[in-house]
Design a protein around this ligand. Sequence first.
Ligand code: EPU
Length: 342
Amino acid sequence: MFQLTANHSLRKHNTFGIECHAATFATYEVASDVQQLLQAFPGTRYLPIGMGSNLLFLAPRFEGVVLHCENRQWQLLEESDTEVLLRVGAGWNWDEFVRHTLHHGWYGLENLSYIPGETGASAVQNVGAFGVEAGERVAAVEAVDLRTGVLRRFTHEELQFAYRDSFFKHPDEARQWAIVWVTYRLDKTFTPNLSYAGVAREVERRGVSAASLTAQEMRELIIDVRRGKLPDPAEIGSAGSFFKNPIVSVEKLEEIKQSHPGIVHFPVSRDKVKLSAGWMIDRLGWRGRSMGPAGVYERQALVIVNHGGAVGTDVLNVCRAVQHDVFKAYGVQLEPEVNFIE
Ligand code: EPU
C-alpha cells in the first residue's frame, strides 16, 4: 500500500534543511505500490528521494509527487564460505545498514560509515569515502520505471558505476526510477582498506597495527575522521561535498602547476588525474566565507552550508560564485555533485 500526504513539508527530507513543500508526498514499500501510484497520478511529475542528502530544492514548492521508499526488509539470498549476497529494502538508513552488516560479520562497507543517506540512493549516487565506493559492493538493483510502471532488475554491469555516477544519473534516466531493493555482495572476512592517507595516518596515530584492527574499530575511526571535517546534518545543513572532484587530462594538470605548483591531485588513469576541488576552493580564500545565510564550511572548502534560514537560491549563489572564481583561477569548470530540483 502506498501512503499519501498533501502539501507536505520537505524540510526534514533534505539535509540542507531548506523549506520546500511537495504537492503530494507518497511512501511505498514494494513495486506494486509504485505501480498503483502511477495509475492514481497519471501524467504527473515524480521525484523519488532518499534522505535528501544530495538534493537542493531551488523552488519553494514541488508541483508533483515526491516518492519515498519505506522498505526496510532484508533477505540473505546466498552465503558461501567467503561471501554473502544480501537483498536490502531501499528505505534503510545507510549508517544503520552499515552497522547491521558489521554486527552480522559481513564486511566491505565499514569505510562508508556515517554517510548521511539511504540504501536506495547509495546505488544511484555511488556514494564513496575513504577509498571505497558503494557501487563496488552493489550486485543488483530492482527498480520501477516511473514512465512505464515496469519493474526491472539491473545487474552490476548494467548499473555502469563510475565516480559519483551510475545508470540512474544518466540524463535520460535521472529521477525516472523508484528503487525498491538493492543487493550487496559482502565479505565474511575483514580486510582493512587503508588506501586513504588520512585513515592510514589515524591508524598509526592510535598505535594500532593494521593486522589487529577490527571492523568495529575501523568504523569508529572512520566516524571520528569524518566528524572532524564534515558537518553533522543534525547541526548544520549541508549536502556533504557540494562539487565533484574534477577529472582532467595530465596536460591540463601540467598547465595548472605552472601557476599553482602545490595543487593536490590523484591518478585516475594513464592520461587523467582527479584534482582536489576542496584544495582549489580553499586556496582562493573561500573556506569559511559566507554570502548571506549560506557559505563555504570553515573546516572543508568542498562543503556549502546553510547557516540557518537559507533558501535554495542562497546556496546556488554561493555555488555560482565559487564556480566562477575556480574557473577564473584554474580554467576548470566545477560540476556540482548535488542534484538541483527546480
Ligand atoms: N583540502 C584543502 N582544503 C579544504 C579541503 C580539502 O586543502 O578545505 C585538501 C586536503 O588537504 C586534501 C585534499 O584537499 O589534500 C582532499 O581533501 P579530502 O581528503 O577532505 O577529500 P575531498 O576530495 O575534499 C572526498 C569526497 C568526500 C569523502 C572524502 C574522503 C568527493 C566530491 N568528496 O572529499 O565525500 O568523504 O573524499 O574520502 O569526492 C561527499 O561526497 O559528500 C563526501 C563528503
